[in-house]
Design a binder for this molecule. Structure first.
Ligand code: CAA
Length: 240
């Protein structure tokens, strides 16, 4: 059965692949974005998927958007917390603003969005929440105290919410992508990126579609016994 699915940051990169995969699997997708209206318009034309512009770090904006999506498309059965930013830099050069922007956008957003859909999921006895973490939240990364802390927080958030949702038919899982071929990763200085790729046993960057396949697996109605897990999709870069 198809559900209404929200994918935050769903118009570009990993989020775009997730939105399209969910659409192809028969779900009605709302793809959200924060700023890049031009990219969102192109995405909407290409995919036929509706887009919604709001800031996931702003709780009231999330409430307004979830209300609108529910009115437009119906009650939300699937939430993919994918939106994320980087503000890389070593600690001794990092401003509070760069720390805070990443924590709010990457981690507080998960609370904001989940809080807005959880009551409905509890009432209906069904929900699938997938949070996109990162290999860098598992292993740490030079120059990313902000990003690693936020992504690591996502993994804890996932396990706690999974325990709360379990008795109500709501599963909550995370995916920890490695380095995926997206604009975000391509923004890493070339020399640094070359060194990182050399540490990936599979020998290449991942494809966004490989993360989307993981999401499809986790949101399957028949996967109600899988909750609180983290699926690592990282080319073997980090195993534990
Ligand atoms: N471990 C140890 N030392 C390191 C290091 C590492 N991983 N990376 C850099 N260094 C060292 C360098 O060798 C250099 O030392 P020397 O001066 O002795 O040569 C020193 O640290 C400074 O390095 P940079 O010249 O790179 O410093 P910078 O201030 O110009 O830049 C940085 C620092 C912004 C952190 C830059 O190194 C960088 O962009 N690194 C990549 C961070 C990264 O992986 N980001 C991932 C973004 S994508 C993402 O996050 C998606 C995901 O989920 C995976």
């Amino acid at each position: 059965m198809g559900h209404v699915a929200i994918v935050t940051g769903g118009t570009r990169g990993i989020g775009e692949a997730i939105s399209v995969a969910l659409r192809d699997a028969g779900h009605t997708v709302a793809a959200t974005y924060a700023g890049n209206a031009e990219a969102a318009k192109r995405f909407e034309e290409r995919s036929g998927i509706r887009t919604y512009k709001f800031d996931v770090s702003d709780f009231e904006a999330c409430q307004g958007a979830v209300d609108r999506i529910t009115k437009d498309l119906g009650p939300v059965g699937i939430l993919v917390n994918n939106a994320g930013i980087t503000r890389d830099g070593t600690m001794h050069r990092m401003s509070f603003d760069r720390w805070n922007a990443v924590l709010q956008t990457n981690l507080s957003s998960c609370f904001n969005m989940a809080r807005c859909v959880i009551d409905g999921m509890r009432e209906r006895g069904f929900g699938r929440i997938v949070n996109i973490g990162s290999v860098n939240g598992q292993a740490g990364q030079y120059g990313q105290v902000n990003y690693a802390a936020a992504k690591s927080g996502i993994h804890g958030f996932t396990k706690a919410l999974a325990q709360e949702g379990a008795a109500r038919g709501i599963t909550v899982n995370a995916i920890a992508p490695g380095y995926i071929d997206t604009d975000m990763v391509r923004a890493v200085p070339e020399k640094v990126l070359e060194k990182i790729i050399a540490t990936i046993p599979v020998g290449r960057l991942g494809h966004a579609s490989e993360i989307a396949k993981g999401v499809l697996f986790l949101v399957d109605e028949d996967m109600g016994f899988m909750t609180g897990s983290t699926l690592s999709i990282n080319g073997g870069q980090h195993m534990y």
